[in-house]
Design a protein around this ligand. Structure first.
Ligand code: GDP
Ligand code: IMO
Ligand code: MG
Length: 422
């Protein structure tokens, strides 16, 4: 397998975890380059369900090295909980996990600030995961963040932490929240820092040496294209670059070493949190929830559901340079007939083929639908393209064509084996 960047082509939760798990079979190293434990990547294998938040989904396959890159924001408490949980379910974590010494830390005041900002925004809230992601990336951009390398030097860490706690407690108190205790945070973080010490190092050098030895790397994107801080539906976005470029900046691997970009998209659209979702359909949402589908992997929130939005996915192909597409959750449409596909937007009497950058304008866009035939049959047992019903074959061909990239995988169920590779 070539060095592959895998990204979400919609609003997150496209099924990246499942596809990463399938692709990991042919990779040597799996790297996370952005986001934090706002991500929830589900892998189901032999009936056992794993939800990965910070650790790359490749960890479930023996002999693979997993790297948390410099662009990730790490909540050490959440990471330890995740490591312990995986170990309890029999997953080995030792020399197969590396964490960048440049990764920024998520601290308790980030989580509290995230919560307070959302609370004070009221109806204008973003609907964040409240994991402190925005404030942690905010500190990184403001050059006042603390990094893994600080945590590895207790005296340096305590000094920097003290100043940050002082600053943030003033803000928290002004917002009406309880301040954090420097002593408690200092003690708990330093203790966890010692547990994490064996994993911390210069991951940039590690990845480059691996490339020199011909190792193949899979870059595991988190969130999705329209949650990208630059290219997404700002301000209803996350705080990192979720698009393909983020894989380079978030790991230190340059663009010319990347061989292909795989875009993962659902056969329909979902979004969790606030912000416009042009193809949102309440009836369709209720139907999927009624089937027990589309509940968030991180917060358990109900995902909002809508029809496939080709205006969005076509734009995602352009930004990410998507070479290949993996379509997931095709089985979610098994008994839906007819199926609608959004081919353009209409805004103030004009037809748009590109999503407007302004969130308020996007919220006013009306989808232009093309109606296609459903297949009214289960696709769950299909393992070859030819085993799919004709209408399902036509549907996936159609949505890949209008998205503008080559179809390479179709997922018809959550398990590793429920996959058609073309
Ligand atoms: P991620 O964040 O992109 O990794 O996606 P999530 O794991 O948050 O959400 C995707 C959901 O769809 C999870 O519950 C997966 O187990 C599930 N899933 C992925 N692919 C398929 C599929 O083809 N069919 C079905 N039924 N479920 C799928
Ligand atoms: P994976 O990797 C779906 C959404 C939140 C909110 C916005 C900002 O599982 O696809 P944040 O906590 O990041 O500041 O929240 O982004 N969001 C996600 N939605 N999947 C995710 O990750 C998400 N991570 C963040 O719901 O709307
Ligand atoms: Mg998810």
């Amino acid at each position: 397998m070539a060095n592959t960047i895998l990204i979400g082509a919609q609003w997150g939760d496209e099924g990246k975890g499942k596809i990463i798990d399938v692709l990991t079979a042919k990779a040597d190293i799996v790297v996370r380059s952005q986001g934090g434990n706002n991500a929830g990547h589900t892998v189901i294998h032999r009936g056992a369900k794993y939800v990965l938040h910070l650790i790359p989904s490749g960890i479930l396959r023996r002999g693979k090295i997993c790297v948390i890159g410099n662009g990730v924001v790490v909540d050490p408490l959440a990471l330890i909980v995740e490591i312990d949980g995986l170990r309890k379910s029999g997953v080995k974590i030792g020399r197969n996990l590396l964490i960048s010494n440049c990764a920024h830390l998520v601290l308790p005041y980030h989580r509290l600030l995230d919560e307070q900002r959302e609370l004070h925004k009221g109806r204008a809230r973003i609907g964040t995961t409240k994991r402190g992601i925005g404030p942690a990336y905010g500190d990184k951009a403001a050059r006042t963040g603390l990094r893994m390398s600080d945590l590895m030097q207790p005296i340096v860490f305590s000094k920097k932490l003290q100043a940050k706690v002082l600053e943030n407690n003033r803000i928290l108190q002004a917002l009406g929240a309880k301040p954090v205790s420097f002593r408690e945070v200092n003690e708990s973080y330093l203790a966890i820092g010692e547990k994490l010490r064996p994993f911390i190092g210069n991951t940039v050098v590690y990845l480059h040496r691996a490339l020199e030895r011909g190792k193949e790397i899979l870059f595991e994107g988190a969130q999705g294209t329209f949650l990208d801080i630059d290219h997404g539906t700002y301000p209803y976005v996350t705080s990192s670059n979720t698009t393909a470029g983020g894989a380079c900046t978030g790991t230190g691997v340059p663009p010319h070493r990347m061989d292909r970009v795989v875009g993962v998209m659902k056969a329909y659209t979902t979004r969790v949190g606030e912000g416009a979702l042009p193809t949102e359909d309440r009836q369709f949402t209720e139907r999927l929830h009624g089937l027990g589908r589309e509940f968030g992997a991180t917060t358990g929130r109900k995902r909002r559901c809508g029809w496939f939005d080709a205006v969005a996915t076509r734009y995602a192909t352009m930004i990410n340079g998507t070479d290949e597409l993996a379509i997931t959750n095709l089985d979610g449409l098994d008994d839906i007939d007819p199926i609608r596909v959004c081919v353009a937007y209409r805004l103030n009497g004009k037809r748009l083929n590109v999503p407007p950058s302004d969130a308020a304008q996007l919220a006013n866009c009306k989808p232009v639908y093309k109606q296609v035939r459903g297949w009214n049959k289960s696709t769950r047992s299909a393992r070859k393209f030819s085993q799919l019903p004709l209408a399902a074959r036509n549907y996936v061909k159609y949505i890949s064509e209008i998205t503008g990239a080559k179809l390479s995988m179709i997922s018809v169920g959550p398990e590793r084996g429920d996959t058609i590779i073309l």
